[in-house]
Design a protein. Structure first.
Length: 487
């Protein structure tokens, strides 16, 4: 498929002035597969992952290209929930299919949710570039038309761009839907100015091209929706939190996982590229469950461990990474000298780690474990983004929030905050953190959609406000109560 490009400008009426936003949307060439690997099986897939990222057994043309730029799009994410991979269908078949089939034979039938799985459905990858809105509003503006059209999506924020994954069979519907929002598609960029405000109502399209399937629709799943499509954003948001409530899904906040958004430098220096490769190999090894337990006598095993890593490779941009901040001060790695750092910072000093000022760029993941989610789970990203975007316009709801997160790290064991709202049953694990700084008006967020989880990533100082926003979304769908009884 040719790489279609769209350019659109959205004119926002914003008192006291007007803001014009311009997005550039590009469909990446190729068909992509989504791979879900449960963490307990991740060590068995380290070799295929390494071959995928760094291997020299790609085709002859790819071998001539430095490994960071061989892929139109590739994402490898290891989270506390799973290992998730997005890569071309051809590479998924070459590097992963044989081992996945062996696991299927060994595990037999039964519950497929804990099996290693490759999506039978192909996905298209859309790259989005542009500035002007905070991340939450940007996610909402880009995903809400697609969600209302019944299209399941993934959304991934990287250091350089946003990426949307949609079912490949829904490309025509995606183009039609975005054209209604003011984008013009052509084989080359064509400027188009739309006077449509993002706050204007969006009319959903329900055509025979629409996909009601779900990105989590692996073998053995049915894609028939049990909930009628939403007709507007408010209804979509309520449907989202109703689905989460029915499935018993609550946000998990682990304060000990402290992340930084980074990127590799655009280097052609073979020595620096090799150093980055060696460091990332060590980090991949360190994400294996029980690394330090099972390899105490192995000189090749890393002398550290990590639980979160997401790296994205494209053919045009340097590698984007989301990794634990402690890795940058690790004496066994040279990451601090080979990486650029979060968009809001210009430098990183290893001696800043753990200091009161370090928290300004530290990010905390809020994880939604979607492994038990019903298959009509379209609109999850849009619904969550909508609630977080409301922090700006409904800040009065959060001034006297009832959740209090201990920032001083003195607690020695996990605690669960239990309240009437299901969203308030939030696990909060204490971790070292600087004192929260003064909050801005809006919560800055980014997203990492993986095969079986959704991760909302917020600045450490804005974590409590983000949780309150999710509470507010949950309360919108909670029925009235008389005493302890729901009406």
């Amino acid at each position: 498929m040719a790489a279609f490009v769209a350019t659109g400008s959205l004119l926002i009426d914003h008192d006291p002035g007007t803001v014009r936003l311009t997005y550039h949307i590009t469909f990446q060439e190729g068909r992509f597969a989504l791979i879900h690997i449960p963490l307990e099986y991740y060590p068995f897939f380290l070799q295929p992952i390494q071959r995928l990222l760094f291997g020299e057994d790609h085709d002859e043309d790819a071998f001539k290209i430095p490994w960071p730029y061989r892929h139109n799009f590739l994402n490898v994410s290891i989270t506390p929930i799973e290992c998730s991979i997005v890569c071309s269908r051809d590479l998924a078949t070459r590097f992963f299919r044989p081992l996945v089939e062996r696991f299927a034979d060994l595990l037999g039938g039964g519950d497929q949710s804990d099996h290693v799985q490759i999506s039978p459905e192909d996905f298209a990858v859309i790259q989005v570039d542009g500035q002007g809105l905070d991340a939450g509003q940007r996610v909402l503006e880009l995903t809400s038309p697609l969600a209302l059209a019944g299209i399941s999506i993934f959304f991934q924020t990287t250091y350089f761009s946003d990426y949307i994954l949609v079912p490949h069979k829904s490309i025509h519907t995606v183009i039609q839907t975005l054209e209604q929002r003011g984008f013009t598609f052509s084989p080359s960029a064509a400027a188009y100015v739309s006077h449509l405000s993002p706050s204007s109502p969006i009319t959903p399209r329900h055509s025979h091209h629409s996909s009601t399937g779900n990105p989590f629709d692996f073998p053995g799943s049915s894609s028939a929706p049990s909930t009628p499509p939403a007709s507007n954003i408010d209804e979509l948001r309520k449907q989202t939190f109703s689905k989460l409530k029915r499935a018993g899904i609550v946000p998990d906040v682990d304060r000990s996982i402290r992340l930084l958004s980074c990127a590799a430098r655009k280097e052609t220096n073979k020595v620096l590229i090799a150093q980055l490769r060696d460091d990332l190999l060590q980090v991949l090894l360190a994400t294996c469950p029980g690394t330090n337990t099972h390899h105490k006598n192995d000189n090749q095993a890393p002398k550290f461990s990590t639980r979160f890593l997401s790296l994205t490779l494209t053919s045009e941009e340097p590698i984007s990474l989301l990794l634990e901040s402690s890795l940058l001060s690790n004496p066994n790695l040279a990451l601090a000298s080979t990486l650029l750092f979060s968009r809001s910072s210009t430098s990183y000093r290893s001696d800043d780690e753990g200091s009161p000022g370090a928290g300004k760029n530290v990010l905390i993941p809020i994880t939604l474990d979607l492994r038990d989610l019903p298959l009509e789970a379209t609109g999850i990203i849009c619904g969550v983004a909508g609630c977080l975007a409301q922090v700006t316009t409904h800040s009065d709801h959060y001034k006297d929030g009832r959740i209090r997160i201990d920032d001083d790290g003195k607690n020695l064991s996990p605690k669960t905050v239990n309240t009437e709202s299901f969203m308030k049953q939030i696990e909060v694990r204490p971790g070292s953190a600087g004192e929260a700084e003064a909050q801005d008006n809006a919560v800055e967020i980014s997203f990492l959609s993986t095969a079986r989880a959704g991760t909302v990533i917020v600045r450490e100082r804005e974590l409590e406000r983000a949780i309150r926003a999710l509470e507010f979304g949950a309360e919108m769908v909670s029925p009235p109560r008389v005493g302890n009884t729901e009406i």
